[in-house]
Design a binder for this molecule. Structure first.
Ligand SMILES: [Zn+2]
Length: 365
């Protein structure tokens, strides 16, 4: 099958904070946003349903994302920023309901996938789509909670599961569960208890934004399925300092647990000084192919890497490699992999099969 599964997109955040309508083309969204005040700090949109179809993106792990007010300068604060835990909880819930609404009102464009049966039905449609033509099919959405700040107590987990959340990352910035990006720290007692409760429901653990110390502790403790939905290797990003990208120690711990890593084709995850060194025009998508290759080399196979673009997650047209105008250009990544000697089967593993098999194994009947 020739499809793409994208393991990380902040669709609901953009829908609620910026009013983006993902049934529209990315170009139409750009038109409607010209001159809007938020464009002073947001890039142009990369995503729209017509462009998903061109790239054959069949499934997206669509996030619930909210940021603590302390992490955002005053002028950039929007409706998806929280001061209190209760607000975080409400934002996650609104975003999840936005996916439900989109799926109910526009099932020809987007459809929530919560069960094996729904996934099977969805894949059959894509399998039967004529190969030579651009498909006209719904994109499947599987909700991923990026940071568990809005989980007020473990008793809520059945509710989130029931509403379709299948993947949870404990932290975005640091929080009471875990150290996070730019706010390092270990897994807390509450974090350990949350993991134990998550395991009872077969949630997938996403360690992407967890601080290395916490991530290593979580990998050790969590008996369930583990991924990094969107993360690149620090080693390949010259001069990188920070705790967002993966060290080889963390990569090895992930591979040991058979985890899958979603590579991010965004400039700041590929080259630290990309702005000074010539900007968008100077960054090639080949660097993302090299990230993929480095993970495959370390793993010794093509079974542990996928794509987690993070497109439109505060990252848009101006901050992605030169070859990318919209998500329609994502398949160009396969061309680089082919040139590097990857077989069609390996490319399909990376484009969708690894993450698809992973999620298939945890969905309820
Ligand atoms: Zn993220």
């Amino acid at each position: 099958m020739n499809i793409i599964l994208d393991a990380h997109q902040d669709l609901a955040y953009n829908m609620l904070a910026l009013g983006r309508d993902y049934r529209r083309s990315a170009y139409e969204t750009r038109q409607t946003e010209v001159g809007k005040p938020f464009m002073a700090w947001t890039d142009d949109a990369l995503i729209g349903w017509p462009e998903y179809m061109q790239a054959r993106v069949a499934i997206v792990f669509s996030t619930l994302f909210a940021a603590p007010a302390r992490s955002v300068p005053t002028e950039k604060r929007d409706s998806q920023i929280y001061d209190t835990l209760e607000q975080a909880h409400q934002i996650y819930k609104q975003q999840l309901l936005a996916y439900h609404q989109l799926s109910e009102q526009s099932p020809d464009y987007f459809r929530l996938i919560r069960t094996q049966a729904e996934l099977k039905h969805h894949l059959e449609k894509w399998q039967n789509a004529p190969k030579a033509k651009t498909p006209q099919l719904p994109v499947g959405l599987i909700p991923l909670m990026e940071g568990a700040e809005g989980i007020l107590s473990f008793e809520e987990l059945p509710m989130w599961w029931e509403l379709g959340v299948r993947i949870i990352g404990l932290a975005w910035r640091g929080n009471r569960y875990s150290g996070g990006t730019k706010e390092p720290g270990p897994l807390s007692q509450a974090g350990k208890e949350l993991l134990d409760a998550m395991a009872e429901h077969s949630f997938v653990l996403d360690i992407s934004h967890m601080d290395e110390e916490a991530a290593l502790q979580a990998i050790e403790r969590y008996p369930g399925t583990i991924i990094a939905s969107h993360a690149n290797l620090a080693r390949l990003v010259e001069g990188y300092q920070g705790n967002r990208l993966l060290s080889d120690t963390l990569l090895d711990a992930l591979l040991e647990r058979d985890a899958i890593i979603g590579v991010v084709p965004c400039n700041s995850f590929l080259r630290r000084d990309w702005k000074e060194s010539g900007g968008k025009a100077s960054i090639s998508l080949k660097l993302a192919a090299e990230q993929i290759d480095a993970i495959c080399q370390r793993a010794g196979d093509s079974k542990h890497v996928g794509l987690g673009t993070d497109f439109d997650g505060g990252i848009g047209l101006q901050s992605v490699p030169a070859e990318i105008d919209t998500i329609a250009d994502l398949p160009k990544l396969s061309t680089f992999l082919k040139e590097m000697g990857y077989s069609q089967t390996a490319i399909e593993d990376i484009n969708y099969r690894n993450f698809l098999n992973m999620i298939q194994s945890v969905l309820p009947a």
